[in-house]
Design a protein around this ligand. Sequence first.
Ligand SMILES: Cc1cc2nc3c(=O)[nH]c(=O)nc-3n(C[C@H](O)[C@H](O)[C@H](O)COP(=O)(O)O)c2cc1C
Length: 180
Amino acid sequence: MRVLVVYGSKRGGTAGIARMVGGALRGAGIDAEVRSGDEAEGVAGYDAVVVGGALYSSRWHRHARRFVKRHAAKLRDKPVWLFSSGPLGHAENRREDRPPVKQVQRLLNRIGARGHVTFGGRLERNAKGILASRMAKTRAGDWRNPERIRRWTLDIAQQLRPESPDPAARGAPRGRPHPS
Ligand SMILES: Cc1cc2nc3c(=O)[nH]c(=O)nc-3n(C[C@H](O)[C@H](O)[C@H](O)COP(=O)(O)O)c2cc1C
């Protein structure tokens, strides 16, 4: 089982989430590779794909967006999960079921992705850029939640298992056969 984890990130926060996803998949015994969307070559040879994008003005970072568009036809034939990363602040992250922004919803529909989640974002106090530095005055901080990211990833790992390890779930008889 090989999984490709692709991200679009401007300031590194979403790249960090992608690495956490990759680490959790590997911890679950799955071979995972993590790549930026502008570096990932394609999806051939992978059994499943996770794509995550940083949110900027309610749009995904272009490296994530373009990756999905470029490989849409092939992604349709694989199990794919999407994540967005953005909301800054406790109040903004109280809801765990935040729906995807419109643009991401359209990508999700186009490739028939299995799911989407929005994780909290990160903005450093010394962020560069006119808008970012202004925003950082009131909203700098790290709202990425490693435990939540791990839970989401382990759920994916569970769905990717070829068959349940529980013999009862496969209809096999429980326990050892009785000695006769
Ligand atoms: C200029 C600017 C615009 C942003 N717009 C949004 C937005 O529309 N929605 C959102 O949830 N977060 C928004 N954010 C927060 C970022 O998504 C967050 O900082 C994220 O972690 C950035 O990811 P990156 O470090 O991978 O680039 C914005 C941040 C900046 C600096």
